[in-house]
Write a protein that binds this ligand. Structure first.
Ligand code: RTP
Ligand code: MG
Length: 140
């Protein structure tokens, strides 16, 4: 990684993969000018997801969230660029796709399907520290 570059973890969640949105998500990242420096398709195991979502252990949506994240393959991407952590969160939009702003991934491509947990196509690390922790989990 070049000096002062920043990295983030982006996941295309199982709903995004099922809806054939891998290319759309990666295209938006690339059109913005960020660089994909790692990419893989993963069937995530519970143990990995419990680490990834450790901040949500004990919340009512934790079990449905894990079930959702184990419901199909996930695309994990390491994405690089100055300010990319905040920048990708901005591209992704708000957590709830019903109210996420149009122009964002979740706002343009997501909706409420009546699932037990919010299905919102992508994950992006929420801080530089989270990114470092999560990249270690998904990319070792
Ligand atoms: P993410 O971590 O996946 O990038 O999403 P986020 O920061 O916008 O949202 P966060 O609060 O970290 O929640 C993680 C994921 O859990 C699901 N969720 N469902 N009330 C609910 O049904 C609920 N709350 C959260 C979403 O999939 C959310 O992205
Ligand atoms: Mg989060």
């Amino acid at each position: 990684m070049s000096s002062q570059q920043e990295q983030t973890l982006v996941l295309v969640k199982p709903d995004g993969v099922r809806r054939n949105l891998i290319g759309e998500v990666l295209a938006r990242i690339e059109r913005k000018g960020y660089v994909v420096t790692g990419l893989k398709l993963v069937e995530a195991e519970r143990e990995l997801l419990e680490k990834h979502y450790e901040e949500h252990v004990g919340k009512p949506f934790f079990e449905p969230l894990l079930e959702f994240m184990m419901s199909g393959p996930i695309v994990a991407a390491r994405v690089e660029g100055h300010g990319v952590v905040e920048g990708f969160r901005s591209l992704a939009g708000a957590t709830n796709p019903t109210t996420a702003a149009p122009g964002t991934i979740r706002g343009d491509l997501g909706r409420d399907w009546g699932a037990k947990v919010i299905e919102n196509i992508v994950h992006g690390s929420d801080s530089v520290d989270s990114a470092e922790r999560e990249l270690a989990i998904w990319f070792g």
